[in-house]
Design a protein around this ligand. Structure first.
Ligand code: CA2
Length: 149
């Protein structure tokens, strides 16, 4: 499977600030962890991070043109207000899992709601970098179920 991992704004700062919330791993550490898993399981992949909403939308549209099988996305703060990212995911209709490092439902009220979630097949939050691995595994399960139909 071709799986793309998309990271939203400020996640490039991981490992440098707020370790009590977001852990001590850097984004490169997290990507390396996923890369090991993806290679071991025979997937092709791409990692992308941007601090800009437009670039994230362009990447989602590019995924459609590249015939990507599944997306794991952490839209970061855009989770809570980007109807544009919601619309892009809906438009491309690629199975997408929304992931978060922190437990967004146990944090400030504004983080409890995701406007992106209705465009995703599911959401995983609160497991640190393991949320991303669980997101990939959820995609594997859903996509292989679909293939066997
Ligand atoms: O828990 C998550 O993964 C979030 O998507 C992270 C976002 C936050 O806005 C969401 O509500 C939940 C924030 C990413 C910012 O990452 C930082 C990393 C290090 C230092 C400061 C921010």
């Amino acid at each position: 499977m071709n799986i793309w991992i998309i990271h939203g704004p400020n996640l490039n700062l991981l490992g440098t600030r707020e370790p009590e919330i977001y852990g001590t791993e850097t984004l490169d550490d997290i990507n390396r962890r996923m890369q090991d898993y993806l290679i071991k399981h025979g997937h092709t992949y791409e990692f992308f991070q941007s601090n800009s909403e437009g670039q994230l939308i362009d990447k989602i549209q590019e995924a459609y043109r590249a015939d990507v099988d599944g997306i794991v996305i952490n839209p970061a703060a855009y989770t809570h207000y980007s109807y544009a990212i919601h619309d892009a995911l809906k438009a491309v209709s690629i199975p997408t899992v929304e992931v978060h490092l922190s437990a967004i439902h146990s944090r400030e009220d504004f983080r409890k709601h995701s406007v992106v979630a209705p465009a995703c097949i599911g959401q995983i939050s609160g497991f640190g970098s393991t949320s991303y691995l669980l997101g990939i595994q959820a995609l594997e399960a859903i996509l292989s179920e679909e293939q066997s139909k």
